[in-house]
Design a protein around this ligand. Structure first.
Ligand code: GLC
Length: 473
């Protein structure tokens, strides 16, 4: 007889319903990949729960019966909906605290705390109303981590079934704001934890504390969070939990990101028709208003305009390359100061640098297909997806040696890697790239090596399955 593991997978965002960043990519694919692992021996019934943000785009939503969760002397109503996405059951949790806060992540920490605390509480009540009992709660980042805390406190109630808790860590520095009073209003007590004092009222640390397994989104990041440099004040605590901490590299959607069929490209190519890639470079140059020249190195920055991503360092590096012949394109939105810096760079080098400060998924794909190198000088990078997509498209990554970047880009085999968070280190790595680029044969080997890599989700999903199995034994 086959065994079933029921997993309630919680996230703040998931493609295609709502996507702001990398978490949305992961939550949009991983639950389906996990379900796909089901076989005769084991059935994985993974179900996704998302907040019903006002901006969610979903079809065929069926409302569930209304329910409510107690708060103080009154109750908060929960409006839940269900739908399916290619066989994956998806639930949306709506209600006043979610409606009241328009964006997925706002600058108002108090509102975000209200929203995600409500979401986590309500999500833990959901199984009762759908007649389905999870064996594992799988939360992602601070937004949904309180579910694990609530799950654990429930477990202490007499007779409650053991439900395991897993948390995936996409971004440790974002821990959420003080939820002590909110938890209390929902009747959830703050436990005596072995967290540092400042962390005892924050959602992410409480979720880490309550979880049975902690998964960082790359093995490299799993190692880094144990150090003072990247551990954000929790490294002592995480070192105590070392046994339950592991790293599983994210995958990318190899079907959607496939240069041989990508509809965003006018000229498709693969390893077998590699020569056709060159046409994409010229088309891109033309589209951006740059000189059409196959020989001038074309660099790309495709990123959220965010200090985490080190885009400031990339800009300083480009500014310091006055005497070098290159072209560059910057694509992305984010921090207004960084957007301004990108515009200034374009003004400074109008025939070399183009700043496209927008979200444009098709242009991103055309850049992956046309640019020679992508720059990713991140201050820290839990996983990073762009370097993997770039390699799949034959665009060679120049990355800082951190987290998932270090795990996925092999120096002089698939890309260029530098250590120091200094713009001159990046300039040196770019120059090393440019030097190799003049040797066509060598360059093509780098590109082909990257294109041949398998970054599919399946292997990662299997690692998650192993963790679930170890917890529900
Ligand atoms: C966060 C991290 C990024 C990771 C993504 C998905 O956005 O900053 O490194 O790739 O989550 O896990």
């Amino acid at each position: 007889m086959s065994k079933t593991i029921n997993v309630l997978f919680l996230a703040a965002e998931a493609d295609p319903f709502i996507k702001v960043g990398g978490l949305g990519d992961v939550a949009g694919v991983l639950p389906r990949e996990l379900r796909a692992l089901s076989n005769d021996e084991i059935k994985l019934d993974v179900r996704l729960v998302l907040p019903y943000h006002p901006a969610v785009k979903a079809e065929n939503l069926r409302p569930l019966d209304l329910f409510s969760i107690p708060r103080g002397d009154s109750e908060v109503g929960v409006e839940a909906f269900e739908t399916t996405l290619n066989g994956l059951p998806v639930y949306f949790i709506g209600g006043e605290p979610i409606r009241a806060n328009g964006s997925v992540y706002s600058l108002d920490a108090a509102k975000d705390s209200e929203k995600y605390a409500f979401f986590s509480m309500a999500a833990m009540e959901l199984p009762k109303h759908i007649n389905w009992q999870p064996d594992v709660i799988h939360a992602n980042d601070w937004h949904t981590s309180l579910s694990l805390y609530v799950n654990l406190t429930k477990r202490w109630e007499a007779g409650a079934k053991h439900v395991a808790g897993v948390i995936t860590l996409h971004n440790l520095p974002f821990m959420g704001a003080d939820v002590g009073a909110i938890l209390e209003s929902y009747g959830v007590k703050l436990a005596q934890t072995d967290l540092p004092e400042w962390a005892r009222v924050l959602p992410l640390p409480l979720g880490l504390w309550a979880s049975d397994a902690i998964v960082a989104v790359s093995p490299g990041y799993a190692g880094e969070v144990l150090t003072e440099e990247f551990g954000c004040g929790l490294y002592d605590f995480l070192n105590l939990r070392k046994e339950s901490l592991s790293g599983i590299l994210n995958g990318i959607d190899m079907v959607s990101f496939d240069p041989s069929v990508d509809k965003a490209l006018s000229v498709n190519y693969s390893l077998d028709t590699f020569n056709r890639r060159a046409e994409n470079k010229e088309l891109l140059q033309e589209k951006l208003g740059l000189v059409r020249d196959p020989n001038v190195p074309l660099l790309a920055v495709i990123s959220r305009m965010d200090v985490q991503k080190g885009v400031d360092l990339a800009f300083t590096a480009l500014k310091n390359m006055k005497r070098i012949n290159f072209q560059a394109v910057i694509l992305g939105t984010g921090d207004p100061k960084l957007e301004e810096a990108a515009r200034e760079l374009q003004t400074l080098f109008p025939d070399k640098i183009k700043a496209e400060l927008k979200f444009d998924a098709n242009l991103a794909r055309q850049i992956y297909a046309g640019a020679d190198m992508i720059l990713m000088p991140s201050r820290y990078e839990p996983c990073g997806l762009a370097q993997m997509i770039a390699m799949r498209y034959g665009c060679v990554p120049v990355v800082r040696s951190v987290g998932g970047l270090k795990d996925t880009v092999k120096p002089n085999e698939t890309g260029f890697v530098f250590e120091k968070m200094h713009h001159m280190s990046l300039v040196s790595a770019i120059k090393a790239g440019m030097k190799t680029l003049t040797d066509r044969e060598k360059w093509e080997t780098l590109q082909r090596n990257g294109m041949a890599k398998d970054f599919s989700w399946e292997a990662s999903a299997r690692e998650y399955l192993k963790i679930y199995q170890s917890l529900v034994k």
